[in-house]
Design a protein around this ligand. Structure first.
Ligand code: PEP
Length: 259
């Protein structure tokens, strides 16, 4: 945790979920209604097909709803894409950008991710910009070089602590059940913090840095207690309300320790 940074637990459903899964979002919306919501934010990012109905389910809950990608243009001939404005029109508040699956499956470069983040800002969405090294890059000790390059290339100059969240997601940790050591996450997050402070000053000090990659109820407390880890981007374990809420609830203990 970073001092004065409000944690965020964000779920990414990826290409999972139909209307039948909306009960899970309803249970999450109800599960985050307690006093912890004064101190910790919660966000779920279902597929775009469920966005509008999911936000309708959350109108009386602190649970926020976001999308998993947007196009860099506001409108136009881009079959199959959705714009940041369309997400905002569905009452979405956040958009995940530059996830490694988008970088790999759709060839998204840092430049494209930066343009998408700028489009998100235009629509008054918060961009969750994902960065992280592949297994080969880790094995060749290039993690910090990759993070520097991706942060510089993917984060627009207009980034603030309000409109931008950074998610460190080592590609090899996503969906693998394996996580980096606490020491390695500490090194990566401290490095990102110093890069962001150098570029954005005080805004960089307050930007949320999420860790993502095989976060589960069983390891969440350990991961969320690492310095400069201000929450999690959760894939598989966000599909079930019980698991998502168990991860969110680790902050009951962590916040009590800091009081
Ligand atoms: C993700 O894809 O953003 C992710 C972190 O997935 P998982 O939690 O399943 O590793």
């Amino acid at each position: 945790m970073s001092p004065d940074v409000r944690p965020l637990i964000a779920g990414n459903w990826k290409m999972n979920g139909t209307r039948q899964s909306l009960g899970e979002i309803k249970a999450m919306a109800e599960g985050v209604m307690g006093p912890l919501s004064d101190r910790v934010d919660a966000l779920i990012c279902p597929p775009a097909t469920l966005l509008y109905v999911a936000t309708a389910l959350c109108t009386d809950s602190p649970l926020m709803v976001g999308a998993q990608d947007c196009h860099r243009n506001v409108s136009g001939p881009h079959t199959g894409d959705i714009s940041a404005e369309m997400i905002a029109d569905c009452f979405g508040t956040h958009v995940i950008l530059g996830h490694s699956e988008r970088r790999t499956d759709h060839g998204e470069t840092d430049h494209i991710v930066r343009d998408k983040a700028a489009a998100a800002y235009q629509a008054e969405l918060t961009a969750i910009i994902c960065v992280g090294e592949t297994e080969d890059e880790r094995d060749s000790y290039s993690t910090l070089d990759v993070l520097r390059r991706q942060l510089r290339g993917s984060v627009p100059d207009g980034a603030t602590a309000d409109n931008t969240v950074i998610a460190y997601e080592p590609v090899w940790a996503i969906g693998s059940g394996v996580t980096p050591t606490a020491e390695d996450i500490d090194v990566a997050h401290s490095f990102m913090r110093s890069e962001l402070v150098r570029r954005f000053g005080d805004e960089g000090r307050h930007m949320r840095l999420l860790y993502g990659g095989s976060v589960k109820p069983a390891n969440a407390e350990k991961l969320m207690s690492i310095a400069n880890v201000d929450g999690a981007l959760v894939g598989g374990a966000s599909l079930k309300a019980d698991d998502f809420l168990a991860i969110y609830s680790v902050y009951e203990g962590l916040i009590a320790e800091t009081l």
